[in-house]
Every structure is written in structure tokens, then in C-alpha cells.
Design a protein around this ligand. Structure first.
Ligand code: PGA
Length: 260
């Protein structure tokens, strides 16, 4: 794992955007896995800037989002379809038919999930997966006790995650308890992973993911088995890491050719 600790979310978002841009420049038909939530907002803003100012070209890129709420139509303001349109898709030259977000209204959810996995495989697999992390260590919406080999499927959110995300819903009765999410096994298949985390509230989850034992009670810890995982965090999210000084040292020592 590469752990990069930077002063603030803006600095992290800039480095994350450079990693995504490098992936697209090296492989113009790259397949990106995308995340929602407050964490990747700065990354998406920076990608939009790179598109407008540096001509970063998304015309051959394909994207697959991690998750969506069951029962929310794509035009619901809290749906992840809406989030992705307003934060990224409407501002770049990504073809709408290449932007995939799970269908929260799927009638046959198991069939939909199998088709979503097949579509990712048909696209050639995910080159780079962007991830946030829940305060309980979830990635995607793979809550604690999720199988570390899980694939895309329906999940029930924990009360903690419902509380963390309640701020987005004016009417609590509208907040779905179920989601469709890519599994941990699906995430692990991606060729490169970029996990972002900001703030003190994520410090325990980050420490568990990076340094804790690998286990289903800390889903992000599965990334310790990923050969190319970048963990990009701000100072407050790093405070529970026992080896933070070493990770900083490694980053400072990086050979020029390896810098982001
Ligand atoms: P957040 O959510 O970015 O809104 O903190 C992260 C997550 O739940 O994965």
C-alpha cells in the first residue's frame, strides 16, 4: 500500500486527480470505477478543471459507479445518478452511454447485479477504482461482515451509515435502507485503487484499513491484499496511524520517476 498524507483535502484531491489523469493519458479508453459521497467532490472538481484547462479527454473513457440506493429513481436529487451528473458527468466529455451507475429501480436485482458484473468484464475490467471509506470501514457500501470475496449485490445499510448519510435527506423517511453495491471482490479486481479519506471521523477506519488485521469487520482492510492501492488522506485522517512518520518519509524519498 502507498499511504500519502497531505495537509488538507484540496492537496489530496489535486494529487488524486493527477493519478486519474495519468491513467487516462496512458490509456485513453481507460475504465474508471467511481465513488460518491462528500469525499470525491474535490477530485471531481479538479478533473473538470483538467478537462477544461488542459484538455483531459474523457471521450473514450468508460465509468462504473460503485453503488446506488434501492428505490431512488435516477432523477431523485439524492440518487447517485444525480450526484454524478452534477459533480462530474455534465462537465466533461464522457459519453452518456459509457457512464454506468447501478439502477436503483431494477426489478430483478440479482439479475441486474450479474449483468453489471458482466458489463464491467466486457469493458475489460476496471483500470482505476476511486474509493471513499465509511467511518465503519466500508468501501462501496460493503458494510462490516461483508464477504471479502463479495460481488455486486443488494446490501442493507448499518444504522451508523444511515446516521452518517442522513444529512443528505431533508425527509428521513425518504432515506433508503438498501443499496446495490459492487462487492469487495469486484473492487479487488480493479488494476489500481485510489482510496481517499478526510477528517478525524475517518481516522479509526483508515488505521484499521492500513494497519489493522485483515478481516470482514473492517472491509477496507482487504485492500492490504491489493497490489496497487494508493491511500490518500489529510492530516486529521492520519492521526491514528502508528507508522505515519514512515509513510511521510517514504513519500519524501520517492524517486522522481515515481512521483504523482
Ligand atoms: P463520505 O462517505 O465521502 O460522504 O464521507 C464515504 C463512504 O461512505 O464511503
Amino acid at each position: 500500500m502507498e499511504v500519502i498524507i497531505l495537509s488538507d483535502p484540496e492537496a489530496v484531491s489535486r494529487v488524486a486527480a493527477r493519478i486519474v489523469a495519468k491513467c487516462i493519458r496512458e490509456k485513453p479508453h481507460a475504465v474508471l470505477g467511481l465513488a460518491t459521497g462528500s469525499t470525491p467532490v474535490g477530485l471531481y472538481r479538479e478533473l473538470v478543471r483538467l478537462h477544461r484547462q488542459d484538455g483531459l479527454d474523457f471521450s473514450r473513457v468508460t465509468t462504473f459507479n460503485l453503488d446506488e440506493y434501492v428505490g431512488l429513481p435516477p432523477d431523485h436529487p439524492q440518487s447517485y445518478h444525480s450526484f454524478m451528473r452534477s459533480q462530474l458527468f455534465e462537465h466533461i466529455n464522457l459519453r452518456p452511454d459509457r457512464a454506468h451507475v447501478p439502477d436503483g429501480l431494477a426489478q430483478d436485482i440479482p439479475q441486474f447485479c450479474a449483468d453489471y458484473e458482466a458489463a464491467i468484464a466486457d469493458a475489460g475490467g476496471i483500470d482505476l477504482q476511486v474509493l471513499g471509506i465509511g467511518s465503519d470501514g466500508h468501501i462501496g457500501f460493503n458494510e462490516p461482515s461483508s464477504s471479502l470475496a463479495s460481488r455486486t449485490r443488494i446490501k442493507t445499510l448499518t444504522p451508523q451509515t444511515l446516521r452518517d448519510n442522513a444529512r443528505f435527506f431533508d425527509d428521513p423517511s425518504e432515506q433508503p435502507h438498501h443499496v446495490i453495491t459492487m462487492g469487495i471482490g469486484s473492487i479487488m479486481d480493479s488494476r489500481q485503487v485510489l482510496l481517499l479519506a478526510f477528517g478525524e471521523g475517518k481516522a479509526d477506519a483508515v488505521a484499521g484499513a492500513v494497519e489493522g488485521p485483515v478481516g470482514a469487520m473492517m472491509p477496507a482492510s482487504a485492500l492490504q491484499f491489493h497490489p496497487r492501492a494508493h491511500i490518500l488522506i489529510d492530516e486529521p485522517a492520519s492521526t491514528k496511524l502508528t507508522r505515519a512518520a514512515y509513510y511521510r518519509w517514504v513519500y519524501e524519498q520517492k524517486p522522481a520517476w515515481q512521483r504523482h
